[in-house]
Design a protein around this ligand. Structure first.
Ligand code: G1P
Length: 292
C-alpha cells in the first residue's frame, strides 16, 4: 500500500528566549511577519502541501496559538456589525482552516521529545514536521516539493540547504551523496550529526525545518538518549532511523528566513512587506529615502 501524507506536526513549546522581552507573555510563534503570525505561514504551507490534520505541540504560555486558530465570536460579531467584511473574511478563514489538535509538552526536553509527543495522534502513518521559525518563501511550497519526492520514494525526506562557513554548527548537518533525478537537488543520506563543530561537520548541507518522516522514527526517538545540549535531538532519532530505512535530503527551491533570529526576522519582515500589493510601493519609497 502506498503511503500518503496527511498529518503535519508543529513543535511550538520552545521558550523563545531570543526574542525577550517580546516573548515574555506571548508565544514566539505568534510574532507577526508583517501582519501574519509566524506559525500561520507554516500551517498554510502544510495545507497547500496536502495536509489536512495539524498537530501543534504546545506548552505553558502558548494559549494564544490555540485562540488564534479558534473562532473568535466577539471579534466576528463586532466586524459584522461594523460591516468590515474584508477583515471578517480574513478572521473567519483562519478558524475555518483545518482540523487542529494540540498536545502539551510538559517539559522542554528537546525537539525529538516534542515530536515524540505526537506519537498517539499520528499513529502508524507518515507525517510532516514543520519548524515554524523557518519561514520559506517559494513558488511551490517547500513541503509540497518534498511531498513529490516522498510519493515517489516512499521513505523519509528532509529539507536541506547549503550553509557556508562557521554558521553550519547551528544546524543538523548531513553526510549525503547525490541521488538520481530532481535536477541535482536530491541526496541519499549516509549519516547526520546535530550542531557539529565547524571542523567536524561532514559537509555544508544543513537540515532545514521541514521533514517528512515514516512512523518508525517514533520507535527510534523513544530509544534515543539525550544528545547535544542535553536534549533529545530529532537528528539523533533520525540517525537511528537511517540504520533501518533509506532517507533522502531535498534541497528545496525557495528562500528561507530564520525568523527565530532577530536579523532573520527583520529580513523576512522587510522582504514580505516589499512583496505586498498594498504596502510594497510606499514601503519601497520609504526605504529609498533612508540615508543608508
Ligand atoms: C533545529 C534542528 C536542526 C536544524 C534546525 C533548522 O535546530 O535541531 O537539526 O538544522 O532546527 O532550523 P534549532 O534551530 O531548533 O536549534
Amino acid at each position: 500500500m502506498t503511503m500518503k501524507l496527511r498529518k503535519a506536526v508543529f513543535p511550538a513549546a520552545g521558550l523563545g528566549t531570543r526574542f525577550l522581552p517580546a516573548t515574555k507573555a506571548q508565544p514566539k510563534e505568534m510574532l507577526p511577519v508583517v501582519d501574519k503570525p509566524i506559525i500561520q505561514y507554516g500551517v498554510e504551507e502544510a495545507m497547500a502541501s496536502g495536509c489536512d490534520q495539524i498537530i501543534i505541540i504546545t506548552g505553558r504560555g502558548k494559549q494564544a496559538i490555540e485562540d488564534h486558530f479558534d473562532v473568535s465570536y466577539e471579534l466576528e460579531k463586532m466586524l459584522e456589525e461594523r460591516h468590515k467584511l474584508d477583515l471578517l473574511k480574513i478572521v473567519r478563514s483562519i478558524s475555518d482552516m483545518i482540523y487542529l489538535a494540540y498536545v502539551r509538552q510538559k517539559e522542554a526536553l528537546g525537539l525529538g521529545h516534542a515530536v515524540l509527543m505526537a506519537r498517539e495522534l499520528v499513529g502508524n502513518e507518515p507525517f510532516a514536521v514543520l519548524l515554524a521559525d523557518d519561514v520559506i518563501d517559494s513558488r511551490v511550497p517547500a513541503l509540497k516539493q518534498m511531498v513529490e519526492v516522498f510519493n515517489q520514494k516512499q521513505c523519509s525526506v528532509i529539507a536541506a540547504q547549503v550553509v557556508e562557513g562557521k554558521m553550519i554548527s547551528s544546524y543538523g548537518v548531513l553526510d549525503a551523496q547525490p541521488a538520481q533525478g530532481y535536477g541535482g537537488r536530491l541526496f541519499e543520506i549516509r549519516n547526520m550529526v546535530e550542531k557539529p563543530k565547524p571542523e567536524e561537520a561532514p559537509s555544508n548541507l544543513a537540515v532545514i525545518g521541514r521533514y517528512i518522516l515514516t512512523p518508525t522514527v517514533f520507535e527510534c526517538l523513544a530509544k534515543t538518549p539525550a544528545g547535544a545540549g542535553g536534549e533529545l535531538q530529532l537528528t539523533d532519532g533520525m540517525r537511528m532511523l537511517l540504520k533501518q530505512e533509506k532517507m533522502y535530503a531535498y534541497v528545496y527551491e525557495g528562500r528561507r528566513y530564520d525568523t527565530g533570529d532577530k536579523l532573520g526576522f527583520l529580513k523576512a519582515t522587510v522582504e514580505f512587506a516589499l512583496k505586498r500589493d498594498d504596502l510594497g510601493g510606499p514601503f519601497r519609497e520609504y526605504l529609498k529615502g533612508l540615508k543608508l
